[in-house]
Design a protein around this ligand. Sequence first.
Ligand code: GAL
Length: 419
Amino acid sequence: MFIGKFARAGLGIVAALAMSTAIASAEESVEVLHWWTAGGEAKALQVLKKDLESQGITWNDMPVAGGGGEQAMTVLRARVTSGNPPTAVQMLGFDIKDWAREGVLANLDDLAGKEGWNKVVPDALKEFSKYDGHWIAVPVNVHSTNWVWANKAIFDELGLKQPTNWDELITDLDKIKGAGYTAIAHGGQAWQDATMFEAVLMSTGGPDFYKKALIDTDPAALNSDTMVKVFDRMTQLRGYVDDNFSGRDWNLATAMVINKEAGVQFMGDWAKGEFLNAGKVPDQDFMCFRFPGTQGTVTFNSDQFVMFKVGEDRRDAQNKLAAAVMSPTFQSAFNVVKGSVPARTDVSPDAFDACGKKGMKQLAEANEKGTLFGSMAHGHAVPSAVKNAMYDVITAHFNGEYDSKTAAEELVNAVESAQ
Ligand code: GAL
């Protein structure tokens, strides 16, 4: 009897405990602000949502459409100002440093130490994942921006070969245009103009010039004959886009290549996510190759989830999110879908398609040779204020407001006043 009573009381305690654990875990949630709203991007994010949901963590999605993330950053500012930051925010390069400086980011050092992140995250990414020696963000991927995405059927039909230099590119574009297709699928938005610009610049001036102009912002490089030539080439490319390019979203431009309306798109490897999402196969339906003249160099950007300081009750879920992002299984599964390559150096290339394998190999080689540079267009070369100043000049020139010489001069002025 005594035993029975005790056992019943014990059972009651166990049940109560089980219930409170259930309530605690049911209440665990993360709120994630991001700009992954295109088909391929959303599909990749699903991998992370499912992972967390399998751990009993609710995913509160906060998507802010707009490639390159400018709009997302505006929304974020409003949230932090009102004292209610999301758990984690997709962010690029120098933006992370800006937020870290404001002292509003969480410290992930305990988890990082336990899981050995220092050993597996390359220095080029740690530059942004850590601030003052402390982990504040987790890198999800490494994208690279100097790619061409081409419709294989159009290339086959017109007997074109993959261009390896500027002249070959122009020859191909002429043939594509001559056959009645849109040669270049492009969206006239500042970040897309800048993505094309940095590839043209790398192709025209080479790695030393890229570094001087877009990383060191050396006025002599910004206003140079080489820069005038870069702008001239942008004008030349402007002649191959269709009449409706203005304001078009990047994924709609990718769809033009997918649907055989356009020959090529110059875009980061997130474009591959769109091809895959449409059931297309590399080397069969589409081709990926480096922007002509940039072979051997890689301009990169890495999406990181930046962790904001949140209340004690949200810390556990935040740590679980960070741990999930850094797990090798996730890094493989996510990046296979997203078009990027893993941010960890110890993930096998086996699960990746031909473009992914090429991307991983070329990234490692460029890193080795010193030809890996941060993408200006995607926040990894200069702080946002300078990046935006460059955007303004590049877009104004692309839309015919400046001639090439004036644009080179304006670049120096704009950068100086932003610094
Ligand atoms: C980039 C980002 C990519 C991709 C792209 C278009 O800045 O790094 O992950 O989403 O914008 O939205």
